[in-house]
Design a protein. Structure first.
Ligand code: IVH
Length: 687
């Protein structure tokens, strides 16, 4: 925030900020089309508020810094709230949270109150007004004083009771809470939109806002919104409450959904700890939250603390670090993967988002760049949520410089060979199909050494590029003949580190077969199919030499993967690669073990071929694993739950009630544990 003590400069800046904040307020609250991420808006609003505090003579009652939300629109009738719907002040970090707590304690004459911490739902504030237990009105917050009447739309939300229940229903009761769109609904709607070629919804909050603004309640109903209640408004003819917790219990008793994630906390240290815990687990819920709301529990203490012009002093919103920020898009480049697939990515002015500094973000593919129409020089929104890789959401069009042109996807590979890129019809990816592309070669080796594959410590991208650049290595098989003498002269290496790398390369020859299969980097062949293939065939050669049908019969493999393996193995260069890996001592699985396993399997009659047998409770003479193995050894499957496809349910002592109930509804035959052996030998339900 720029520090300014010059009144003239401050006046100019305040004018500029007011117009920006008002503009973004309108986009967010009235049009449901925010252009800036919340975090960027907050930066502007905070600067404005700070300046107005520093220069009180320049403050104005109608400043957008002093008001909440937006004006009511013309589509819905205005509703004056019986009690205003205020906003909350924000704490952006632990320091601001403690500063708030200090003010609270001071306001209470030194008493540390009990705090209640709730989730801060990222949806839309809503006030539900019930008269004599009937839902009479649902209103948005609007500017805090006057909102919009969206009763017909809110009445379609299943979570919102149309009639309250319980014995103590007040004559009038206003319940405030948040309307939101569950993440799963958001994702499934977006899949539908994408399939229909429609512009996707930006985020669940926006989607919820847009859904409530529908003129036709049937449209709102299709959006499957939900609701959490968190506060009482006007109450006439109801009980007296002493604490917030009491009032929430009361709200829940009326039949409204109150979120279970509520904590009563007695110290600010525990409040802070809880905020950090929630932050780390923010994506574990089925809905979006953007912070934690901390409230003073005791209502008499709240009375003492009162309100500022825009928010209560007895509550604060601890905001999580933003997952979206804007930054400058410096350039768009294209990377080439190990299969030749090209991925456009954004080179960014570094920005702190989602807990780390981001300077590159994916743009996925050609169509995505065209669709988003991001151009070098644009200010773009960057998103990084949880462990997900950072991505460019889109440009901020109002900040686009003049004279930019849509970005063109390159026609040639960025590698020194600059071979022509191809995009097959019906495919989203543009590929480099040059078999000797040096970028693909490097990526294949990097993948070979990566954690999920051969896990070779010290063999990362930088070293691989050096090794291929020095022509010491052409493919992954070559790394096994590297010597410390060859590695030592490379940049960043000395004798001990060179020896260490040779040792870790050698050590990788013992990796289990599934890892070796994965490391080959065959298109479509990932870790789980590798695991299944290794378990079925026992050796790398057997996997490669099996027929397509044999491979695709393996559970979790299928035709696409099987055919890809077949095509890969057909190529002489790949066979040569395999031969050299074998010669280097890489584990290909034991032929003797595989043969023994096959013989054992052949000896056991496959009585349960293709049949699913579920076991519940104890089977005399077997532990759980042995019972399952006995089924699998006879060609059957032993899933953990009963479905319509289940052949039999074996029931022993301590059987699960839900499995039995499921079997009954599905008409699944039930076999007592004592007759398990009979089931195994005959493959029939014992009569
Ligand atoms: S209490 C007077 N509790 O956050 C206190 N608000 O930034 C009124 N919000 O307008 C609000 N979760 O839309 C409260 N557990 C929660 C909340 C919550 C989300 C929203 C609400 C409010 C905004 C303020």
């Amino acid at each position: 925030m720029p520090e300014t003590h010059d009144a003239a400069a401050a006046r100019d800046r305040i004018t500029e900020l007011r117009s920006q904040v008002a503009h973004h307020n309108r986009l967010y609250h009235e049009l449901d089309e925010p252009e800036l991420p919340d975090a960027d808006y907050d930066v502007l609003a905070r600067e404005l508020r700070a300046l107005e505090a520093e220069f009180p003579e320049l403050a104005a009652a109608d400043s957008p810094a002093q008001t909440v939300g937006g004006a009511a629109s013309a589509t819905f009738a205005p509703v004056t709230h019986a009690e205003p719907m205020t906003s909350l002040d924000n704490a952006m970090d632990g320091d601001e949270l403690r500063a708030w707590a200090d003010r609270v304690v001071k306001g209470l004459g030194g008493v540390v109150p009990r705090f209640v911490a709730e989730l801060k739902f990222d949806g839309l504030a809503m006030s539900l007004r019930y008269e004599h237990g009937e839902l009479m009105q649902a209103a948005t917050r609007g500017d805090g004083r006057v909102g919009e009447d969206v009763t017909a739309n809110v009445a379609t939300i299943e979570d919102v009771p149309k009639r309250l229940v319980g014995v103590a229903v007040p004559r009038i009761v206003e319940v405030r809470g948040e309307v939101y769109m569950p993440t799963a609904v958001f994702e499934s709607l977006n899949e539908e939109y994408e399939a229909a070629g429609l512009r996707p919804l930006v985020n669940p909050r926006n989607a919820a806002a847009g859904s409530l603004r529908q003129k036709d309640p049937n449209m709102t109903a299709k959006r499957r919104l939900s609701f959490w209640a968190y506060q009482l408004g006007e109450v006439v003819g109801g009980p007296e409450f002493r604490s917030h917790q009491d009032s929430l219990d009361f709200i829940a008793g009326l039949g409204l959904p109150v979120n279970p994630e509520i904590r009563a906390l007695d110290t600010i240290a525990s409040v802070e700890e809880y905020c950090l815990f929630r932050q780390a687990h923010r994506h574990d819920l089925g809905y979006e939250i953007d912070g934690v709301v901390i409230k003073v529990d005791d209502l008499a203490q709240r009375e003492l603390l009162g309100f500022t012009a825009r928010a209560p002093r007895w509550a604060i919103a601890y905001k999580f670090p933003p997952e979206e920020r804007t930054t400058l898009l410096r350039a768009i480049q294209v990377s080439v993967g190990r299969t030749g697939r090209t991925t456009p990515f954004a080179v960014l002015e570094p920005v702190f988002v989602g807990g780390s500094t981001v300077s590159m973000a994916t743009l996925h593919n050609q169509d995505q760049v065209a669709f988003k129409d991001v151009r070098p020089g644009d200010t773009v929104t960057v998103r990084k949520a949880g462990d997900v890789i950072p991505e460019v959401v889109g440009p901020v069009l109002s900040l686009r410089p003049e004279g930019t042109e849509p970005w063109q996807f390159p026609t040639t590979c960025p590698c020194p060979l600059a071979s022509t890129l191809v995009r097959l019809e019906g495919e989203a990816d543009t590929r480099c199909v040059e078999p000797v592309c040096p970028f693909q070669r490097d990526q294949k080796i990097i993948y070979w050494a990566s954690r999920g594959a051969m896990d070779i410590e010290g063999l990362g991208e930088r070293t691989v590029v050096q090794l291929t650049g020095a022509e010491l290595v052409r493919d992954a098989a070559d790394i096994y003949s590297l010597t410390a003498d060859q590695i030592e002269p490379l940049e960043g290496f000395a004798r001990p580190s060179a020896e260490k790398l040779v040792a870790s390369i050698q050590e990788s020859t013992d990796r289990p077969l599934p890892k070796v299969l994965t490391a080959l980097g065959i298109k479509h062949l990932g870790p789980s199919a590798s695991l299944a293939l290794a378990a079925e065939f026992g050796t790398l050669r057997r996997v490669m030499e099996a027929t397509d049908d044999e491979r695709s019969a393996v559970d979790g493999v299928g035709g696409v993967i099987s055919a890809a393996i077949g095509r890969w193995y057909e190529r002489p260069s790949n066979q040569d690669f395999i031969d050299r890996l074998e010669a280097a001592g890489v584990n290909f699985g034991s032929e003797a073990e595989a043969a023994a396993r096959e013989a054992a399997r052949a000896a056991i009659e496959q009585t349960l071929e293709g049949k699913a047998v579920v076991v519940t409770g104890t089977v005399p003479g077997y532990n759980r694993e042995e019972a399952e193995q006995a089924i699998v050894a006879r060609g059957g499957k032993s899933p953990g739950s009963v479905s319509k496809k289940t052949f039999a349910l074996v029931v022993g002592d301590g059987a699960g009630a839900s499995k039995l109930a499921k079997a009954e509804t599905n008409g699944t035959p039930v076999v007592p544990a004592e007759r398990f052996a009979e089931l195994l030998t005959t493959g029939e339900i014992p009569s």
